[in-house]
Ligand binder design. Sequence first.
Ligand code: FMN
Length: 309
Amino acid sequence: MKLKIEIAGLKLKSPLILASGVLGVSYSSMKRFIDAGGGAVTSKSIGPESRRGYKNPSIIELNPGTFINAVGLGNPGIDEFLAEIKKIKDYRIPLIVSVFGDSNDSYLEVALKAEKAGADAIEINISCPHAEVSSIGIDAKLTKELVSIMKKQLTIPLFVKLNPNVTNLNEIALAAEEGGADGVVAINTISAMAIDVNTMRPILSHGSGGLSGNAIHPIAVKKIYDLYNVLKIPIIGCGGVSTWKDVIEFVLAGASAVQIGSALCNGMEILGTINEGIEEYMRTHDFGSIKEIKGLAHQFQLQEVPDFD
Ligand SMILES: Cc1cc2nc3c(=O)[nH]c(=O)nc-3n(C[C@H](O)[C@H](O)[C@H](O)COP(=O)(O)O)c2cc1C
């Protein structure tokens, strides 16, 4: 009961949402996520046409729990995916469809088809560090323009997944808010590269990729903390969540819900363990809802640096 949240009108039984891309697009894996304790699922990013991903190696575990990937937005295309959306909805699974396109019109076309098929919300991917769509997420004007065009036509909530590989993330997030976004997802993977010292070449077939998992968690905490200072719309935290503490940390920084991706590589059981840990924390600290915890880290007065005379 205590785990229930509401975000942009979506009512979820747990604050844990599947992050885009990590489990692909099949309804069976989405159902396993919900059965294991998740609150909602986000599909892999879906584009207007089917698209092959990059060749292997496309993902490697750099250190335990930390990954680098460049899967290249491989996906079946929206028309093929519609049947899967319908199956997911037959199971009453709260579904956020992540969309991308190569123009404002194609983003909109994919999103409208997903909405018609039964999606509960749309997440726009303007942020993949290793594909062309990243160009929108590094530009405040383009972000605002895309969001406002989509908001005019969609009736379901619209979330914007932020690209952390920018100098001023707050500026992009504010542009999304001004465009009418119902929330932001922070953060996508961080641009990264690994080189094999023997072959003397980058390990991933694409060369560079995006870092996810444990290593990016503290970076995501700081981004959420800073976004909470400027945004009015809700923040969905994402990046390196693998324990209940990681979830609470995001909520204390200002997140209303949390996405989980890389940590699922060891199975879905982790979701039950995280939910139990959150409930135990709430019991210990006498919190009645996740909402009561949101942003509490901001009460802490940061110390002024003394002037040196
Ligand atoms: C294999 C893989 C594929 C991903 N595909 C997508 C995608 O299609 N769209 C997207 O917005 N993010 C994608 N992501 C990024 C994740 O949704 C998430 O933002 C990132 O992995 C950070 O969360 P985590 O540390 O919990 O994995 C992908 C991540 C991984 C590891």
